[in-house]
Design a binder for this molecule. Structure first.
Ligand SMILES: [Zn+2]
Length: 196
């Protein structure tokens, strides 16, 4: 094996360890690294002290549209998009950074991270396969995760127009809403500058 691929392999192991620590399922590791399944399982056991959970990922695009997951998914995806598209980070490096920033933001606001790492990865994949799009809320002008090809006209986000059942844990949700607003202000500021 050439030296070059040895370094490449080391970087892949590093990425795999980082993803495992953040809660990645085996399927994420198998898709995003070129390491063999056997090595990934061994790595997983070393990092987590247990075998990876078995089974396929059951996620559907609908989950990202439901109320609280939508707030969290939109927060995460706005950060990811800024790192990946505007700041030119390499895809997986943008992903890991965005996920860490999402966790930090949620923690600052005293909320629970609704979006697990594997779900966040699924979200990115759904965007890449054109199953989801970002739609701008006409009220707060934040960008929110929505089904692809859903109407953009007159869209109002779940924070501006929460469903009545969302009042149950109003405090933590208000914190989530604040986090998203802060993040969307941050991500939109450069766009506004360009527009002016
Ligand atoms: Zn809104």
């Amino acid at each position: 094996m050439a030296d070059k691929s040895l370094v490449g392999e080391m970087l892949q192991v590093q990425l795999a360890i980082e993803l495992i620590e953040l809660g990645a399922r085996l399927q994420v590791l198998e898709t995003e690294t070129e390491l063999s399944r056997g090595r990934l399982i061994k790595l997983y056991k070393e990092v987590k002290g247990m075998s990876p959970p078995k089974g396929m990922l059951p996620f559907s695009a609908d989950w990202f549209i439901t109320w609280l997951p939508n707030v969290h998914s939109s927060l995460f995806y706005n950060i990811y998009q800024r790192l990946d598209q505007e700041l030119g980070c390499e895809r997986m490096s943008a992903f890991v950074k965005a996920y860490r920033l999402y966790l930090e933001q949620v923690e600052l606001d005293g909320a629970e991270p609704t979006l697990g790492l594997t779900r966040a990865w699924t979200l990115v994949r759904f965007f890449e396969s054109d199953l989801l799009q970002l739609t701008r809320c006409q009220s707060c002008h934040g960008d929110y995760v929505a089904h692809a090809h859903s109407p953009r006209q007159g869209y109002v986000c779940g924070i501006c127009q929460p469903p009545s059942r969302a009042g149950k844990t109003r405090r933590s949700k208000a914190a989530d809403a604040q986090a998203l607003e802060a993040a969307s202000e941050e991500t939109q500021a450069p766009a506004r500058r360009v527009a002016n």
